[in-house]
Design a protein around this ligand. Sequence first.
Ligand code: PLP
Length: 398
Amino acid sequence: MSTALSQRPEVQSLALHGGTPVADEKIQLIAVRLDESDINAALEVMRSGMLAQGQRVMAFEESFAAVSGSKHAAACANGTCALQLAYGGLLERGDEVLCPAWTYVATASMLEAAGAKIVWVDADPVTYGIDVADARQKTTDKTVAIAATHLYGNPVDIDGVEKLAVDKGLSVVYDAAQAHLATYKGRGIGAFGDAVTYSFYPTKNMTTGEGGMVTTNDEDLLGKLRALRSHGESAKYEHSTIGFNYRMTDLEGAIGVEQLKRLPQYTQRRRENAKALDTMLASIQGLHAPTPTDGAEHAYHLYAIRIDEDAFAKPEEGKTVRDMLQTALHAEGVATAVHYPRSLTRQPVFDRPGVEHQPVSDRLSRTLICVPIHQYLSELQLSKVGEALAKVASAYRA
Ligand SMILES: Cc1ncc(COP(=O)(O)O)c(C=O)c1O
């Protein structure tokens, strides 16, 4: 840090330099809690001895499809398996697929696992979803599908994706691992595309421990998903395709049924928390609240703030503005996280000779920071998150 910066009274008053922290007890980014009804449902399954996929999973599938706006749902072992099942049901080896560079690795890695050829697409700089204009420009006569992630809980421009799909005859898979109960133009996100995939990993808006789901309106695809999920079985001990064992257990299904009952209330809390943070951020120069896509209702799995680097002082050599803000926020008692530190074309597994890097995705990888938004935050904790952001931002102002 430059001497001038370290001598600013606002910098000296940061907890990082011995000042009083905004929160004495760390405000965590994630809180995973099971309540008594989840535990009792799991105990009931354990006592029954019927642990494998059965009635509970079926009940979970039915209620999940209904709340997601979809006709059908197939549960599976996790969100990565859900992607693999959806791609397996829709793609052939060698197919060319449009895929965002700005998403979690599984959206893309499962395409390669299915033998598809990825065409990288950049992100929208404001909504962080796939840039549909860029996707359209990269569509060739070999393109057969588009993968799009409702990242952080914010639905992509679904109208744009669907129009591109219709114009070019593409299949669409939406990765909604982070977007349970998000809506687009008043409909659940499960209503759109050929398949939508979800994850129930403990950090997600609802959990089953590990778990995943694919929703679809296509009955034929549902049959394929079910077969792929269970050894390619078309009838008892009749195996028509190469499949896997990606089944969900009834233990997870039972927890899912209970968690799903509370999900609307959790999502409502996340949205209220987001509204409160949006208001606090409106008066902090250089930090931008996440922007829901037009027509979308965000599920706020993550609250990703965009940092305008020019609004802040230069960090020390080798650090980014985000590093500087993040270190200070931690000292103030606010946990933060970076989703993600690299765009996918910069990951060793995809950074191959000739790979086309995506400039907006690269910028987002340097300028986004996630702060707590979960449903268990108290009003006081939420206001302390805002206070810490204001304190740190004003200390490091350009
Ligand atoms: C966007 C996205 N896709 C896929 C996954 C994979 O889900 P899982 O961890 O359940 O395999 C995740 C999980 O973090 C995710 O965030």
